[in-house]
Design a protein around this ligand. Structure first.
Ligand code: SF4
Ligand code: SF4
Length: 167
């Protein structure tokens, strides 16, 4: 099993443990607030990008063209918050869910307060005492593992490179 799939599996185990204790945990497919409000252009390691490419390549041509165009526009965007180009806004669903980057898999479950990276929806429930016994995963541990997954680039850069090498 490759290292990325192993990491996905490890995250799934942690996610499952949280779900078992908090059956109303709202972090799942269909909850899309975070995808509407990314703090920055997603950054991916080479291994994550290669995996994501499998998901992108399986999309219908017109959807892929749409995403490619949105990514190109994103590269020029100067506003702070980013709507993920791979979000189907009409359905509130990720178009590459099975192939999404690690950050998308961990965002609601793993804590990295020092970088301001956490889900506000979850945090509100923690502050109100509903989730005050959750044992969070440690995002720094995940980041350490990701550092061995090849170079990291913005999604816009990976796309630009990809379009150069694919017809
Ligand atoms: S991180 Fe927050 S907004 Fe994103 S899916 Fe989880 S609960 Fe929803
Ligand atoms: S890749 Fe999918 S899950 Fe991740 S931010 Fe984009 S739409 Fe959301």
């Amino acid at each position: 099993m490759n290292k990325l799939i192993q990491l996905h599996n490890d995250i799934d185990v942690r996610v499952q443990a949280i779900r078992e204790n908090y059956v109303d945990w709202q972090c799942k497919m269909g909850c899309d607030s975070c995808c509407h409000r990314l703090a920055e252009i997603p950054r991916l390691t080479r291994a994550e990008w290669n995996f994501l490419c499998d998901g992108l390549s399986a999309l219908p041509t017109e959807i892929l063209s749409q995403i490619t165009q949105t990514v190109a526009e994103l590269a020029k965007q100067s506003t702070q918050f980013v709507i993920c180009p791979m979000l189907d806004k009409s359905k509130g669903a990720c178009m590459v869910y099975a192939h999404r980057p690690v950050a998308c898999r961990t965002y609601g479950y793993y804590d990295q307060h020092d970088k301001g990276l956490y889900c506000n929806d979850i945090l509100e429930r923690v502050i109100s005492g509903v989730l005050n016994e959750v044992v969070w995963g440690n995002q720094n541990t995940i980041d350490r593992q990701l550092s061995s997954f090849g170079n990291t680039r913005d999604l816009t850069e990976w796309f630009a490179h990809w379009k150069k090498v694919t017809p």
